[in-house]
Every structure is written in structure tokens, then in C-alpha cells.
Design a binder for this molecule. Structure first.
Ligand code: HEM
Length: 487
């Protein structure tokens, strides 16, 4: 009886899949098709070839979707129907005006990261997301941003000790790696009050290899199932990291409950709102949230800083403007005093330089969603179940929205007539209710770091490979590091 039930279930499931496939084919028939389509397997080969070459996958998505905008362009990966969009009007519909119709793409783009991110903010939906978004937004209110200035200053001062040691010697340093460590230390201290030594002990040995394996699994999904030595090592690291994070949350919970003094950090502010709930559930959820913050908050910020340093090393005029502007803020500080948030807000050109990096490099080049019901995007009917790939890079590189789109021009953002929040054309943090919760933190931290480094040192690129982009992972980082000498 059970066997019959199971067979029926498989047959019904298979028929439903075939009918769903045929329906998507029929509904999407009017959407323009991207080049390189092969019957049955769609664009799989074209996209597979693009991994590891130029133009890479994200470049193809940007080119294809810009060519058909405002209409979406149709792409098929194996049997998965996708459309790629690069138009502000369709972006607005997916990110904001019809947000409820678009859920996170957990089975495709986020799948290799789900064991780490679980029901954390980036990958959750519904009530869990609403509740935690409320709690975490509260925890990130302005006072914690003031703390970020102190935390980022300490982190960049430690980096300056390393730079002082090589200053004028001709020895080079890989700033991509340094920025990754720095942003991890900042986020580790901001969330959990970890010391730099604790961060360096926990993250480079556990967290970074875990993320490397997750990224490798996105391109080689079989790695998830094959019980290789790497598979066992990965599983062990995940367990160790979870245990370390849960211990931190548990200790903090116990201290708060027993009225002991606790540090004022993001964990503390979130826990304050959760103390009446069941401890085991809070521990589990916060473990996901902390790993989500580490992932969302460090590599993206590090990539932004890395590419900004690269562009500035080719642009003496922009570097000089940043130096002059930061002298006005940092040069007037008394010994050991910190800049205020208000004074950092006067660093318009430095902020523009960072934003222009986010536009030009689109460190998160695509963000995916799944249509829950049929919808119209740019005049094309999109059947439910379609993956909608939002090409942020496509929008950021559109000639009609950004003249000379491939030229680095921070001045775009300082033009008095320009409003980046208008018209869904500047989307590094996306827009709408699911926008990036850490954007102010990231830009504040980056201004402290960038201005300090530009004021203190003269940077010379030490490798012709500095500008070469990685084609395999998000966020977009250099392929072979970012090497400089300092004087
Ligand atoms: C330059 C730096 C950053 C960039 C470019 C960036 C970009 C993004 C993007 C594109 C998303 C949307 C992802 C999606 O919907 O699938 C996002 C979401 C998010 N980011 Fe960031 N991010 C940055 C820094 C940070 C930092 C520093 C933090 C934490 C301190 C952070 C925390 C988050 C969180 C929690 C979400 C999920 C929001 C939600 O779904 O409600 N990000 N970010």
C-alpha cells in the first residue's frame, strides 16, 4: 500500500513538473530569447563556458538584459526558466511595488549557502524575516553607528602598523586580503565585541574556508554530496563555528539574566528584544543571524574598498581631492580623538568615490528572486515559478542612465542635481523593504578606512594584474589580489 502511494506520488510529481515546464514555455514564448540557446539544455553551455572567462556570466546577463530592456530577456539553465531584467521600471516592480509576489531564490542561487545562513535575514521570508528585520533594524540605530567609527579607527590603526613596517621598502602588500581581515574584525567587534585576536582565531581558520567551500559548491554542486576529505573538513568546521557562536550567545544570555555587565554591541541590542523567548530557539536563530551578518557584511565592504583603492591608484586627481577633504576632518583632530558622524558626513567626495566604485564594479552584480504568481514585467508575461535575475550591473552600466558608464567618475554623485535614490537606477544595496540593512554601516566604516589610508600613504600599484576581476564568485573581487607598495 505504502509502495503504491509512493509510486503514485512520484508519478503525480513528474506529471506536474512536465505540465509546469510546458506552461512556462508557452507563457514565456513572447519574451526575447538570449543568444546561445540550445534546445533542451537552454543556455547552460553558453553560461558554463563564461565561468572563468571574459565576458563572464554576470557580463553576459548585463549585456543581454540591457539589449532588450525594458523587456526582460529569457534565459534557460537546464530546465530552469529564468528572465534577466535591467530596467529601473521592472526593478521597481520586483523590489518594491509588487514585492509580495517575489520570494528569495533559495533553491538556486542561495542553495549552497543555506546550511550556513538558514533562517537568517538574507534567506528567510514571512514572519521570521519580519520579526528579525524589526529587531535588527532597531539594534542598528544611530548610536551603534557611532561605535563603528571607533571600531573602524582601531582596525585601520592596526593595519597602519603593518603598512608602516613596509613603508618605503618596496615590499608589496595584498590589500584585498588586508581589507577582508579588517572588515571581518570590524563586523566581529560590532556584533559580538570580539577582540582582533579572537576574530583572527575564529574567522580565517573556520569562517573563510567554510565560505570558500560554499562558493565552490555553487559552481560544482556535486561537492555537496561527494564524501571527500574536503566534505568532512567542511562539516567539521561548520560544527566548530556554530559551537563557538552559540557559546558566545549563551554566555551573554546567562550574564544578562543574572544582571552582570555586558558589552553594548549589536548582539546585546538584539538579545534585549528576545529575552522572553525560549533560549534554545533564540540561540539557533541568532547563530544564523550572526553568520548572515559576517557573510553579508565583510566581503562586500572589503571588495568596495579594494576596488576604490585600485581606481584611485590610476587617478591622481581624485586621490588628491580625497586627501584634501580628509585633511579637513582628520587633520584637525586632537591626539586620540575620533571624528564624529557629522564630520564624516562632510566627506562628500570620498563617499562619492565609494559609491562610484559600487556602480562601476557592481560588487553584487545580480540578485535573484522567484515569481510566486504570474506577473507582467516590462510588457512581458512572466509565469509563476520563473527565476527573475535582476542584473544590477546591467542597470549600472546603461549608457542612457549613466553616460560613459565604464569610466570611473565620482563627480556623478556630487552633482547637485543628482539624486541616487530616485528612479531605481543606483542599486548596489537594492531598494525597497528588503534593501541592505548594513549600508550605512558599510559606508561609514569605509570612509574612516579609506580617508586614513589615503592621508597617511602614497600608494603605487605593484602588479599589472590588479584590475583583473574574479569571474566565479560574488561579491566581485580581484582575480589575483590587489598589490601595492606604500611610501
Ligand atoms: C558595500 C557593502 C555592501 C553591499 C554592496 C551590500 C549589498 C547587499 C545586497 C545587494 C543585498 C540584497 C540581497 C538580496 O536581497 O538577496 C543586501 C542585503 C543585506 N545586507 Fe548588505 N551589502 C553590503 C554591506 C553590508 C553590511 C556591512 C551588512 C551588515 C552589517 C549587511 C547586511 C545585510 C543584510 C542583513 C541583508 C538582508 C536584508 C533583508 O533581506 O532584509 N550588508 N546587501
Amino acid at each position: 500500500m505504502i509502495a503504491l502511494y509512493l509510486i503514485l506520488k512520484v508519478v503525480v510529481g513528474a506529471v506536474a513538473s512536465v505540465l509546469g515546464f510546458v506552461r512556462k514555455e508557452l507563457v514565456l514564448a513572447r519574451a526575447p530569447m538570449a543568444p546561445g540557446f540550445v534546445p533542451f539544455i537552454g543556455h547552460t553551455i553558453t553560461l558554463f563556458k563564461a565561468v572563468g572567462s571574459y565576458p563572464c556570466t554576470w557580463d553576459l546577463f548585463a549585456q543581454w538584459s540591457t539589449a532588450t530592456a525594458p523587456k526582460p530577456v529569457r534565459v534557460q539553465i537546464f530546465t530552469q526558466h529564468c528572465v534577466v531584467i535591467a530596467d529601473p521600471s521592472t526593478m521597481k516592480r520586483v523590489m518594491s511595488s509588487n514585492l509580495k509576489n517575489y520570494s528569495k531564490d533559495l533553491e538556486f542561487s542561495y542553495a549552497p549557502f543555506l546550511e550556513i545562513l538558514g533562517t537568517g535575514l538574507v534567506t528567510s521570508g514571512g514572519d521570521t524575516w519580519r520579526k528579525m528585520r524589526g529587531h535588527i533594524s532597531k539594534a542598528l540605530r544611530v548610536e551603534i553607528l557611532d561605535e563603528i567609527i571607533a571600531i573602524a579607527t582601531r582596525a585601520v590603526d592596526r593595519l597602519c602598523v603593518k603598512l608602516d613596517a613596509i613603508k618605503g621598502t618596496g615590499e608589496s602588500i595584498d590589500m584585498e586580503n588586508e581589507f577582508r581581515l579588517l572588515t571581518l574584525q570590524v563586523i566581529g567587534e560590532a556584533i559580538l565585541s570580539l577582540s582582533p585576536e579572537e576574530s583572527d582565531e575564529l574567522f580565517p581558520s573556520l569562517y573563510l574556508p567554510i565560505m570558500d567551500e560554499c562558493n565552490a559548491r555553487s559552481l560544482s554542486p556535486w561537492r555537496t554530496y561527494l564524501p571527500t576529505p574536503e566534505w568532512f573538513a567542511h562539516r567539521k568546521r561548520v560544527r566548530q563555528l556554530d559551537a563557538a557562536i552559540i557559546k558566545i550567545v549563551r554566555d551573554r544570555w546567562d550574564k544578562k539574566r543574572s544582571g552582570q555587565n555586558v558589552p553594548d554591541d549589536i548582539l546585546e541590542r538584539v538579545l534585549d528584544q528576545e529575552l522572553n523567548e525560549k533560549r534554545s530557539e533564540v540561540e539557533r536563530q541568532l547563530c544564523y543571524e550572526i553568520k548572515t551578518f559576517l557573510l553579508a557584511g565583510h566581503e562586500t565592504s572589503a571588495a568596495m574598498l579594494t576596488w576604490t583603492m585600485h581606481e584611485l591608484s590610476n587617478n591622481g586627481e581624485a586621490t588628491e581631492k580625497i586627501r584634501k577633504e580628509s585633511d579637513k576632518v582628520f587633520g584637525r583632530l586632537k591626539k586620540d580623538a575620533l571624528p564624529t558622524r557629522e564630520s564624516l558626513d562632510t566627506l562628500d567626495y570620498s563617499l562619492a568615490a565609494l559609491k562610484e566604485t559600487l556602480r562601476l564594479y557592481s560588487v553584487v552584480p545580480v540578485v535573484n528572486r522567484v515569481a510566486e504568481e504570474d506577473d507582467d514585467l516590462g510588457g512581458v508575461r512572466i509565469p509563476k515559478g520563473t527565476t527573475v535575475i535582476m542584473s544590477l550591473q546591467g542597470v549600472h552600466h546603461r549608457e542612457d542612465l549613466w553616460p560613459d558608464p565604464l569610466v570611473y567618475k565620482p563627480e556623478r554623485f556630487t552633482d547637485p542635481g543628482f539624486n541616487e535614490n530616485e528612479g531605481f537606477k543606483f542599486l548596489p544595496f537594492i531598494q525597497g523593504p528588503r534593501n541592505c540593512l548594513g549600508q550605512y554601516l558599510a559606508l561609514l566604516e569605509a570612509r574612516v578606512v579609506l580617508c586614513t589610508l589615503i592621508r597617511k600613504y602614497k600608494w603605487t600599484k605593484a602588479s599589472a594584474e590588479n584590475g583583473k576581476k574574479h569571474t566565479k564568485a560574488i561579491p566581485i573581487a580581484p582575480a589575483n589580489g590587489m598589490h601595492f607598495t606604500v611610501a
